[in-house]
Design a binder for this molecule. Structure first.
Ligand code: G3P
Length: 496
């Protein structure tokens, strides 16, 4: 159970502690932040409201700890990460319980998130050993005007202190996707978890604590964004920010100093359906892509662009599957569970009302109870409706009927977002041409958008992000190239 057994140190009274200097601590603010259970809409947990002074201390310790961590052999860093991964998986049940209670993730998906996270940490340890164990050797005489008098050795060195800010929808998985690459590359890590999801993240951090990482190397501060948000992201002690979330990321990137940024800020992933597509496959992927975790995924299918000639049939097939989705409590492992907050539910409702006023066809009756919104397919959506462009982050999916592939590509590319997209057709040649034309970081052919497997590159164009993620890219992103040049007194060519 959360906050008990091996996790007992994390909790005192009814407030979870923050993690600094290898210890669980209470904030000197004496204040806490409430985490509301999206299902009951009552306070489920409380976390410390950390102060700016506490952030300063964490940054200092992170800087000191990083210096000796960078000198820790790579195999030893990997060994500790493997240990943390095993502990994380061993304690998947209490961590999953937190995910269910604070972000209403369906019970089985919550367990999957923790297991996937353990796998990600182990894979990162192995990949790090491989790619950080190699450098480059260059000779000078390939560049015009040079003799072979210089040998250049390159290696990858850590950046320093990495600030990781994951979102509420994967507070464990999208935290470890930042923590593990940072640590294997020799950096220290300061984690600011989302408020909804903070307790899951604290439990995950405790698994790293139990694995025995040096004190100060990993810290986790909780609190109000208004108090410590900008203070963290603009802190002079931070050498790199890895952020996943909404358009707050745009504000962060404008305020951050001259440091590397890794940003993933959502998407409006289009699903283009051609006339020759296997409509049963499309319908299954629309359900999985559009409605899993109630549509609260950056990579969810967020607009279906279907050729008019097959639209009626596709909508019928999707409608039949929507009718089978179970709606209710995450504890009961329902397909559709409450969205994360009341304000999120209100925002979704605003999009639905706008679509109603402008004449969209409702394939189901709109139904809401608190934060719980029943799955809704909106047909005959037109570009003048907000839902055609905005990200609901909820179980509401618009269908736009198109008369040409070009029309579909045009709609996809007119979006400010460019995370992923997908195209369904049996003609692979056409699919490749469409993929090339879509301005998104990834295009899936004959499957719904998804980030995983976690070693695949993951990136967004335009407002969807900066840089690329995925295990290998994240390790590389959290390092710098260092070169040492050996200058020889005379040119040195191979003998003979
Ligand atoms: O930020 C990415 C996340 O929202 C989607 O990840 O694994 O559900 O495709 P995934």
């Amino acid at each position: 159970m959360a906050g008990t057994g091996v996790f007992a140190d994390v909790l005192e009274g009814d407030v979870y502690k923050y993690y600094a200097d290898g210890e669980w601590k209470k904030s000197s603010s004496g204040k806490s932040v409430a985490i509301i259970n999206p299902m009951t809409r009552k306070t489920q947990y409380k976390v410390q409201a950390c102060t700016q002074e506490e952030v300063n201390k964490v940054m200092e310790s992170a800087k000191t700890a990083q210096k000796s961590w960078a000198k820790t052999p790579l195999w030893k860093r990997a060994e500790l990460l493997h240990k943390a991964a095993a502990i994380l998986k061993e304690h998947k049940a209490p961590i999953a319980e937190c995910l269910v209670k604070e972000i209403a993730k369906p019970a089985k998906e919550a367990v999957t998130e923790v297991v996937r996270s353990g796998d990600l940490v182990s894979y990162t340890a192995e990949e790090g050993v491989r790619i950080l164990g190699e450098g480059k050797f260059l000779v000078s005489d390939s560049f015009p005007g040079n003799q072979r008098t210089k040998y250049c050795l390159t290696s990858k060195i850590p950046l320093g202190v990495i600030l990781a800010i994951p979102p509420f929808n994967y507070p464990v998985n999208l935290a470890v996707s930042k923590i593990a690459p940072a640590l294997i590359a020799g950096n220290s890590l300061v984690l600011k978890p989302p408020t909804q999801g903070a307790v899951s993240a604290l439990h995950m951090v405790h698994c790293f604590h139990l694995a025995g990482f040096p004190k100060g190397l990993i810290s986790c501060v909780t609190g109000k964004g208004s108090e410590i948000g900008d203070f963290l992201t603009m802190h002079p002690g931070v050498n790199c920010i890895s952020f996943t979330g909404g358009d707050t990321g745009i504000a962060i990137s404008k305020k951050a100093g001259m440091i590397p940024l890794q940003m993933e800020l959502g998407g409006k992933d289009a699903c283009i359906v051609l006339e020759d597509a296997d409509l049963d496959l499309v319908a299954a992927n629309i359900i999985k892509g559009g409605f899993s975790y109630s549509g609260q995924r950056c990579t969810a299918v967020k607009v279906v662009l279907v050729m008019e000639s097959v639209a009626d049939l596709l909508v019928e097939k999707v409608k039949a599957k929507v009718a089978k989705l179970t709606v209710g409590a995450p504890e009961d492992d329902c397909d559709i569970t409450p969205v994360v907050s009341e304000s999120s539910a209100n925002f979704i409702e605003g999009l639905v009302k706008d679509a109603k006023e402008k004449g969209a066809t409702f394939c189901q009756e709109y139904k809401r109870d608190g934060n719980l919104i029943w799955p809704l397919l909106l047909d005959n959506v037109r570009p003048d409706m907000r839902i055609a462009w905005e990200e609901p982050f909820g179980p509401v999916l618009p269908v736009i009927r198109i008369n040409s592939v070009e029309e579909g590509i045009h709609h996809c590319n007119a979006s400010n977002f460019g995370l992923q997209g997908c195209v369904f057709t049996k003609d692979v040649n056409k699919a490749i041409l469409i993929s090339d034309a879509m301005e998104t970081g990834t295009v899936q052919i004959n499957s719904a958008p998804a980030r995983g497997p976690d070693h695949f590159p993951f990136q967004g164009l335009k407002d969807s992000g900066i840089g690329s993620q995925g295990v290998t890219n994240s390790i590389n992103m959290m390092t710098k190239i260092k070169t040492t040049v050996i200058n020889l007194p005379t040119p040195s060519y191979t003998m003979g």
